[in-house]
Write a protein that binds this ligand. Structure first.
Ligand code: PLP
Length: 393
């Protein structure tokens, strides 16, 4: 028996374990210090009432022989697919319900999608959410990096890389918080259509987009249905990081070598995936009711207000940054030429604030730092007070 040797090519990810180790050591040496963590990309607000009520009544259904459900459709129950179809319609995107596949989250689908593609070249932004790089490395696929930098405000365009046939775009972006405009996405769609490439569009943070001129779905862009797959998630939208639900859109018009990718993905999912629990899908569908939407909007606005407080502090201190206006992440350039870990150490040791070193998301993240707005308000305010005092001494 032999192993998949591509796994040996994976870079060890020490990012979050190193952060945890440094914070634990600091806390042990300074037990009285109140450490504030603005590093983690997990949500802090609980599930909303409407979602919890829907899940509780689904639990009751499961306890009654008349309404109990066993295996459900692998692609998701119709009630949720129809809610999602309506949601897309509300932003001017017409989809067939069978173009929407319900999943246990964007991360699984982003990895699993590679099952339906042959070997080729992935074009992956640097820096970005590490899953894209690692899943392609596991498959032994060729990787070209797309150069995100200060000059292009971390929104790389086709000319910032050496091409590829599987293009990863993440907007609003993790870790930079930068969000592509309609014109920029149109350029990517035109590039993909002209080069027979497929865009994998990660829209996990779309609910944070408040600027109406910015697209929240690649399918708002003309021509996208023939070149793109979209990955969405209830994680950041509705606090489902521990509950697990997402959806992936594979349009019927997306055809490679005469075969619809929708058909391949359906076959892949019905073979290797057995669906998301009924109880969870009921909770997810409740997100799209009038009351459900109102409640998640309140949560998203809470995080965006945190982001605004962070942005305002960075503006006041004259830091270069992107993000935080239509996303929960603020990506700042470390002041005084510090590298990512030096800045991390400085904030931890001097003001007891924890963020995420940008270099953990790719080499182009060196010298940058991610601050997350997913914390509680009082902690964000206090952390920004401390940062302001540190840099106005
Ligand atoms: N895509 C991006 C850009 C993310 O930042 C994350 C989680 O942090 C995910 C996908 C994963 O989402 P899910 O919880 O739906 O698997």
């Amino acid at each position: 028996m032999q192993i998949n040797k591509n796994f040996l090519e994976l870079e060890e990810s020490y990012l979050f374990s190193t952060i945890a180790k440094k914070v634990n050591e600091f806390q042990a040496a300074n037990p009285e210090a109140k450490v504030i963590r603005l590093g983690i990309g997990d949500v802090t607000l609980p599930l909303t009432k409407t979602v919890v009520d829907a899940m509780q009544s689904a639990v009751a259904e499961m306890a009654d022989p008349a309404t109990f459900r066993g295996y459900g459709p692998e692609q998701g129950y119709d009630f949720l697919r129809l809610s999602l179809q309506e949601y897309y319609k509300s932003k001017g995107v017409e989809l067939e319900a069978d173009e929407i596949f319900v999943s246990d989250g964007a991360k699984s689908d982003l990895g699993n999608i590679l099952d339906i593609f042959a070997d080729g070249t992935a074009l992956i932004p640097n820096p970005v959410y590490p899953t894209y790089l690692d899943t392609n490395t596991m498959e032994g696929r060729k990787i070209n990096l797309l150069d995100g930098n200060e000059k292009n405000s971390f929104l790389p365009m086709p000319e910032d890389g050496n091409g590829g046939d599987l293009i990863y775009l993440c907007s609003p972006n993790n870790p930079t918080g930068a969000t592509y405009t309609r014109e920029q996405l149109k350029a990517w769609v035109d590039y993909a259509n002209a080069n027979n490439a497929v865009i994998l569009f990660d829209s996990a943070y779309e609910f944070f987009v408040k600027d109406k001129s910015l697209p929240t779905s690649i399918f708002e862009i003309e021509g996208a249905k023939t070149c793109a797959i979209e990955f969405c998630s209830f994680s950041k939208t509705a606090g489902f990081t521990g509950t697990r639900c997402g959806y992936t859109v594979v349009p019927h018009d997306l055809v490679c070598e005469g075969t619809k990718l929708n058909k391949l993905w359906l076959r892949r999912q019905t073979t290797k995936f057995n669906g998301v629990p009924y109880i969870i899908q009921k909770g997810a569908a409740a997100v799209f009711t009038e009351q459900g939407k109102k409640e998640i909007e309140e949560n998203v606005n809470y995080y965006l207000e945190n982001a605004k407080i962070i942005r305002e502090t960075c503006e006041k201190l004259g830091f270069w940054f992107v993000g935080g206006d239509n996303s929960p992440y603020i990506w700042i350039k470390c002041p005084d030429g510090l590298d990512s870990w030096e800045f991390f150490d400085k904030l931890l040791n001097e003001i007891y604030v924890v963020g995420t070193p940008g270099v953990g998301f790719g080499t182009n993240g060196q010298g940058f730092f991610r601050i997350s707005a997913f914390g509680m308000r009082e902690n964000v305010i206090e952390a920004m007070d401390r940062l302001e005092k540190l840099y106005t001494k």
